[in-house]
Design a protein around this ligand. Sequence first.
Ligand code: ARG
Length: 401
Amino acid sequence: MAEKLVLAYSGGLDTSCAVKWLKDKYGYDIITVTGDVGNENDFTFVKNKALKVGAIKSYVVDCKEGFIKDYCFEALKADALYENTYPLATALNRPLIAKALVDIAKKEGATAIAHGCTGKGNDQVRFEVCTKALAPDLKVYAPAREWGMTREELIKYAAANDIPVPVKSGSDYSIDDSLWGRAIECGVLENPWNEPPADVYQWTSSPDKWPDQPEYVEIDFERGIPVAINGKAYDPVELVIELNQIAGRHGVGRIDHIENRLVGIKSREVYESPAGCLLIQAHIALEELCMSKDQLRFKHYVATQYADLIYNALWFSAHREDLAAYVDHTQRFITGTIRVKLYKGSAVVVGRKSPYSLYNYKLATYDEGDEFDQSSAPGFIQLWGLPVKIQSQLQNDRLGK
Ligand code: ARG
């Protein structure tokens, strides 16, 4: 009996050819797995296509809830933005899909997994490093890195093997989408001087469609997790879908980034992440209200580290787990409401409240009811400035005196 291989399957040309190619070259029985992370796909079509092109079995796994709760909201608690810009939608769904592949490989007694990524991107690294972490003994294949076929040759290969070639959509973009965001690369975007054409955007409306009235949205957080919009409770998946709509119609969540890939090159990336951008902004605003200065300073440093770990394929590393434990502990008082004004492509935090707010009106006000004891300021300044004063007295040629 042939050994089994589990292939991450999108239904596109590459992974469809991979079914046939892996079977012929290595003699495996191929089982496909497609993870539904909220991407806009006809999954029945994808499932049937896998069988049609020669898979012995084809799984579609609904990963939406796990994706939002266990990956996106973990990253949200950390305020993870790669290079201060990218909310990491693709980087977060790869470890989850790797885990789905490994789980099915174990259930099916498969000895290998495969993915359709090329050798130039981050995603190959993510699939393979995550698989090594979860199932070090599984073999991993990357046919698109191995077969050495050009696009034209691949289309010929498909035609010769009765594999349907998708009708050309008119654009040459490479797109990866999930509930946390869309990533668009390639085609005219490869020249960083080219303005992204209107057709790259699907979730965020263009300036001529922005509503003329501002829209206010209130987001409730409990222990760092968003739980309600405008006072109405939502489950995690529905909450993200709703915020993608709300922020998207005002053009919020568009990103155009020159990004440093893990494999050493710079690439031009366009993203749409209306809910992701809005939630991270609102979450940071609530933390500013409820955390001390030192907590904020340190957590900001952790956010950069955390984002790099996610981007760099290290989701299942011990270091990421350690940071996650720290981040989770920081969220115990991150409960409250953030009010955001959406208007003409911008999202501005205009209100914040929390039962754990550290903002003290009586200490901050310049009006009636001021409880700040100004008479303690001179003593404070005397001690705070003491080292500066001493140094100036004893090393008085320092400032050119
Ligand atoms: N550059 C992003 C990342 O590495 C997005 C990659 C998107 N992949 C794609 N096939 N369009 O996370």
